[in-house]
Design a binder for this molecule. Structure first.
Ligand code: FCA
Length: 347
């Protein structure tokens, strides 16, 4: 399910190369002020492209980097990988890339509201820009249609999660009055909101009672952030026997499952379905099933290899990528993940 909307908006042609650093540099950024840079890897060659991610510790982003590096190795460009966990680091990453003479970057920004500033900085420095995963927002909070983007089809993927949860509820014979839906939300991020709303809507459309939907808002988009949010919810809703769980990604659902385990809720009474399919493998490999039942496996190769390759073509051949590309996913469980991931070239 890929949709392309093409529109041509020329970027500034002004290339400001302040300093050209040859070859690769391997540098770990310390503290919060300096972004983590792993760079210039691969076969190298003249063209340098940046790949900035908001959380270099999350397996999803490590996979994006791995696939982007494959594109760099195969196509002979240098890839500069930068981890930027806050807005200052993201802005500094663009300065860093410009100073290294990079020609373009792919970015999953830690703060989508920074969109206009990041776009202005990229334009000033003659850097072509492609956002991945999290779409930039303009000053009115609307997606920035003038920045090329590759993202998941978030509402549909959320709906697939909701439909699978509804099916599991039926298979397990869980009664609505004894069941709660724990929705780990992160509403400040649009793709997250679309995913959790999609899951909730699909369950409600399948007959799940609206008053059994309980939101647990994450303050931070990671396992501890979800654990803390769900712990509060569990204190408030002690009467729920069976929990269905959804969230923006695997980490959100993993945090919820860990919080439930801590309260002695048994795996058989939990059915969590994540999104990413990359951050849940340790969970599937555990000897005994946990409450983390399934995940929607996204396409890290498309988000890493294809985005880097698109950028390379754009800067070397002037071939503009589609303005927007949506990718989809496949449901995996501990029974099916090995086969499906092998088929997808991920294992
Ligand atoms: C967001 C999430 C990631 C991943 C990506 C496709 O950036 O934070 O975990 O799901 O979208």
């Amino acid at each position: 399910m890929t949709r392309f909307v093409l529109r041509w908006i020329p970027l500034s042609l002004l290339a400001v190369a302040l300093a050209i650093m040859a070859g690769g540099c391997e540098r770990e950024g310390g503290g919060t002020a300096a972004p983590t840079t792993q760079g210039g890897g691969g076969a190298g060659g003249g063209v340098k492209i940046g790949f900035v991610v908001k959380d270099p510790t999350e397996p999803w982003f490590q996979n994006e980097w791995k696939f982007a590096q494959q594109a760099a190795d195969e196509q002979g460009f240098s890839l500069v990988k930068i981890g930027a966990t806050d807005g200052n680091q993201a802005m500094a990453a663009l300065d860093n890339l410009a100073a290294q003479g990079a020609k373009g970057l792919v970015i999953c920004t830690p703060d989508t509201k920074l969109g206009p500033s990041l776009k202005a900085k990229a334009d000033e420095n003659g850097l072509k820009l492609l956002s991945v995963d999290d779409q930039f927002l303009d000053a009115d909070g609307k997606p920035m249609a003038d920045v090329h983007h590759v993202g998941i089809s978030a509402t549909n993927i959320g709906k697939a999660v909701g439909a699978a949860l509804a099916e599991q509820m039926k298979t397990r014979g869980w009664k609505p009055a004894e069941t709660g839906l724990c929705v780990v939300t992160f509403d400040e991020l649009e793709t997250a909101r679309h995913r959790t709303d999609g899951a909730t809507d699909a369950l409600v459309a399948a007959g799940f009672p609206k008053d059994r939907v309980f939101k647990a808002p994450q303050k931070t988009n990671d396992v501890p952030g979800s654990f803390a949010a769900v712990d509060v919810l569990l204190t408030q809703q002690q009467g729920v026997k069976n929990w269905l769980v959804c969230g923006l990604n695997d980490n959100a659902v993993l945090g919820a499952v860990r919080a439930m385990e801590q309260r002695q809720i048994k795996p058989a009474n939990i059915c969590g379905i994540g999104i990413n399919g990359t951050d849940c493998l340790d969970e599937f490999r555990k000897a005994e099933p946990t409450g983390f039942y399934a995940s929607v496996l996204l396409t890290p190769r498309r988000h890493g290899y294809e985005t880097a390759a698109m950028m390379h073509k754009w800067v070397t051949a002037g071939e503009e990528p589609p303005k927007i590309t949506y990718t989809d996913g496949i449901l995996i469980t501990r029974e099916t993940y090995e086969k499906i991931m092998k088929e997808q070239g991920l294992l």
